[in-house]
Design a binder for this molecule. Structure first.
Ligand code: NAD
Length: 381
């Protein structure tokens, strides 16, 4: 089949869904690859690099959508792109079906199959296609780099001829994929790292990465996330109060705070309040990875970096993966390539959309003229 990748049209988006390396692998599955001219440029892949591995470079997005049988991209389609998609075509991209209902219905009615990369079930077998995790890993890493870029001191402690430098103290709130990546990056730079999560089972992972788990003197019943698919459930008001009390106590001592706390289908919980920001030292930095969903810090401004009156920098960017477009495109394109491998079981260039397969079923949100979202629970964990 012809798999084509257009240039992303969302403002500031630098990622691309196909790299020369992923195209080589897609071709081994018997597929033909197309790319829109300039699609990989912002991620560091020029047209010549694609041509060299046998990818056909087409002049425009319109031509790409006309030619490709499978369109692989990063962002959900724009209105123009959705109009270009046609019967029997397959779209593979982030799609966020819960907040994209009209487009989903429209594409289903046209007979387009949509595979949402954000809906790939988070089970062991599907880890190689888990684009939410590969992007969260980059966001966590980049959050620490961004913090360092705005912080006037070393992360590591040093004793030098010019004086003794204390290590930076970093608090990571939320130890999912992004939080754990942030912990790993901050400890490797030599900071003293503390981390907190409402899911007590992550304390071992936090400690194995060299950070200290922040314990609350409070037992919350039911915060074992096994009943919520590994995700957090909202905390009780008493637990929240204890958590805020602990953070309030820690605020004056922390140099960098990285917040990543999310609960599925809800606004981000506010965990770092105005008074905590005011209690921090001048020069401290907060990076709020929950900014897209309203922010974990009360003062975060989405997509902006602000400096408070007491000299605390708060970073609310929501495009961390795009800021590392070469890395994120490489990982995302690999996620897509693995998905295409599962969709091409005979490696003969023929897509077999097997709706009996838990992973393919889970990620497919429109198929055969129907909306197929939400999917049934996967059988295998
Ligand atoms: P997420 O982005 O939904 O949330 C980030 C973290 O915030 C979570 O760890 C959550 O517990 C935490 N959180 C929520 N409210 C909080 C609060 N009030 N205070 C502190 N922390 C709070 O999470 P994610 O990174 O998408 O990971 C979610 C789960 O999915 C994890 O259990 C992870 O291990 C699991 N996962 C499994 C796979 C797999 O293939 N097996 C892949 C990826 C993720």
């Amino acid at each position: 089949m012809k798999i084509g990748t257009p240039k992303e049209t969302a403002e500031g988006e630098a990622r691309v869904a196909m790299t020369p390396a992923s195209a080589k692998e897609l071709q081994k599955l018997g597929h033909e690859c197309l790319i829109e001219a300039g699609a990989g440029k912002a991620a560091g892949f020029n047209d010549a690099a694609y041509k060299e591995v046998g990818v056909t470079v087409v002049k425009s997005g319109a031509e790409l959508f006309r030619e490709a049988e499978v369109v692989a991209k990063v962002r959900p389609p724009s209105d123009t792109e959705a109009k270009r998609l046609k019967e029997d075509q397959t779209l593979v991209s982030f799609f966020y079906p819960a907040s994209n209902e009209d487009q989903m219905k429209g594409l289903a009615e046209k007979g387009v199959t949509v595979v949402a990369m954000d809906m790939v079930p988070r089970i062991s077998r599907a880890q190689k296609m888990d684009a939410l995790s590969s992007m969260a890993n980059i966001a966590g890493y980049r959050a620490v780099i961004e913090a360092g870029n705005n912080f006037g001191r070393f992360f590591t402690g040093q004793v030098t001829a010019a004086g003794k430098v204390p290590p930076a103290k970093v608090l990571v709130v939320g130890a999912g994929v992004a939080g754990l990546a942030a912990i790993g990056t901050a400890t490797s730079l030599g900071a003293i790292v503390y981390a907190f999560d409402v899911r007590p089972e992550v304390s071992e992972q936090i400690e194995s990465m060299g950070a200290e788990f922040v314990f609350l003197d409070f037992e919350e019943s039911g915060q074992d996330s096994s009943s919520t698919g590994g995700y957090a459930a909202p905390s009780s008001p008493e637990f929240q109060e204890k958590q805020l009390e602990k953070f309030r106590e820690m605020a004056p001592d922390m140099d960098i705070v990285i917040t990543t706390a999310l609960i599925p289908n809800r606004d981000a919980p506010v965990l770092w309040t105005k008074d905590m920001v005011e209690a921090m030292k001048p020069g401290s930095v907060i990076v709020d990875l929950a900014a897209e969903r309203g922010g974990n810090c009360e003062l975060t401004v989405k997509d902006e970096k602000i400096v408070t009156d007491n000299g605390v920098t708060i970073v609310g960017y929501t495009d961390f993966p795009s800021r590392m477009a070469t890395q994120s495109s490489t990982l995302y394109a690999t996620n897509i390539r693995h998905l295409m491998t599962d969709l091409t079981p005979e490696k003969d260039g023929v897509v077999n959309h097997n709706m009996e397969d838990d992973v393919i079923r889970g990620a497919t949100v429109t198929h055969g003229g129907e909306v197929t979202y939400p999917p049934p629970q996967p059988k295998v964990a």
